[in-house]
Design a protein around this ligand. Structure first.
Ligand code: ZN
Ligand code: ZN
Length: 379
């Protein structure tokens, strides 16, 4: 994840220099005087720098008047220079152990800096230190301007997400190697995690293996429960690829023939998920897309058991905007990437969820997960 090796042709594609300019314009429109961005997805989005989140301050400063600059601990300076950020013509300043990096940044901002947007994921100890260094400056969330930019993916970002989707598909395709009666969820999960790394990811983000009654708990992870014949098993897995883009896909398996009602439940779910992926188009709102699946599930009598939103955006984070949630008036637009993952969960019995990542295109959805969505019965 911290491999900063440069690949010149893809750097400019994935991390175009224009993003800093766009962020500055968006900040100005929002009435902010500067953005303060700490290590994480926003920093990587703006500069390509996959910085380590450390107790020492690393901060990209994007003033609306004046050029952006990156302040890093001296010992990280060479890594920052070697990252795609080093190719942006951005000033990179190292601070040494006896410097106060907050004071350095405060001194470089105009004295009338009234409002700054701080990274949504900046650690509280750092926002507090900035509050001390910039007394009288109001802190707001940088996400209010950056999420809007990150939500619509560029073609190279779509390519990166497609690559992530194919990588996680390869893991699902191998599920028969690991999933069988007599093994625990944890044993299966360990094999899956290894395969996530072997199949094109540099980090495992989550491994959910919900067998039998555990399938009714949407975010159950792994336990020592022994998988038994007849169990439905929900497998929801995701990781981060080398260029920072995430995968996330859920498929439903059964160990031998599952209960008859489970098949019915799965059929309803598949109908809902299929209708939703087919309905994706620019102009449809996120709330309308949620309702398309929810109505099908409700008509089949399972409405009370679809207990979460339909999906979430995905990119440099596995959960980001846009959220596909009931009541959202956000219109879908070309380039938006998000999951379509309705679920039905009958408490203490079983449940299921089917999840694909899709891209909203001019003429509908492009599915990035292409393994079959039928219930996979493992003999
Ligand atoms: Zn998932
Ligand atoms: Zn998801």
């Amino acid at each position: 994840m911290h491999d900063q090796t440069r690949t010149a042709e893809s750097d400019q594609d994935l991390w175009p220099a224009g993003r800093l300019h766009n962020a500055r314009e968006a900040a100005a429109r929002a009435g902010l005087d500067a953005l303060l961005i700490s290590p994480g997805a926003d920093l990587r989005y703006l500069t390509g720098y996959d910085a380590k989140p450390l107790e020492r301050l690393t901060c990209l400063v994007v003033p609306v008047d004046g050029p952006p600059f990156l302040v890093v601990p001296a010992l990280e300076e060479s890594a920052a220079q070697a990252s795609p950020a080093g190719g942006l013509g951005l000033e990179i300043t190292g601070w040494s152990e006896t410097d106060d990096p907050y004071a350095i940044i405060a001194a470089r901002l105009p004295s009338r800096t009234a409002r700054v947007g701080v990274d949504n994921h900046m650690w509280a100890e750092k926002t507090t230190a900035f509050r001390t260094a910039l007394p009288g400056t109001r802190q707001e969330l940088a996400g209010s301007v950056l999420n809007e930019l990150r939500m619509r993916k560029t073609p190279p970002e779509v390519t990166a997400l497609r690559r992530a989707g194919t990588a996680i598909d390869r893991v699902h395709a191998r599920m028969g190697e690991w999933l069988r009666a007599g093994r625990t969820e944890r044993e299966v999960g360990r094999d899956i995690a290894e395969a996530i790394l072997a199949e094109g990811h540099v980090r495992v983000d989550f491994v959910i293996v919900g067998s039998g009654p555990h399938s009714a708990s949407p975010h159950h992870e792994l336990s020592d429960r022994v998988i038994r014949p007849g169990d439905p098993v929900v497998v929801d897995i995701g990781g981060t690829t080398r260029d920072g883009y995430c995968s996330d896909s859920t498929r439903v398996y059964a160990i031998g023939e599952p209960p008859e009602e489970f098949r019915r439940l799965h059929d309803v779910l598949l109908r809902a998920q299929t209708a939703q992926t087919k309905a994706v188009r620019p102009g449809l709102t996120a709330g309308q897309l949620d309702a398309i699946g929810r109505d099908i599930i409700t008509d089949a009598g399972y409405g009370a058991f679809f207990i979460h939103r339909t999906g979430h955006g995905i990119g440099l984070e596995s959960h980001e905007e846009p959220y596909i949630v009931s009541g959202s008036a956000l219109p879908l637009e070309p380039g938006m990437a998000f999951s379509v993952e309705p679920g039905i969960y009958l408490p203490d019995r079983y449940g299921a969820r089917i999840e694909d990542i899709v891209i909203c295109t001019e003429d509908g959805a492009e599915r990035l997960n292409l393994t079959g969505r039928d219930l996979v019965v493992i003999p």
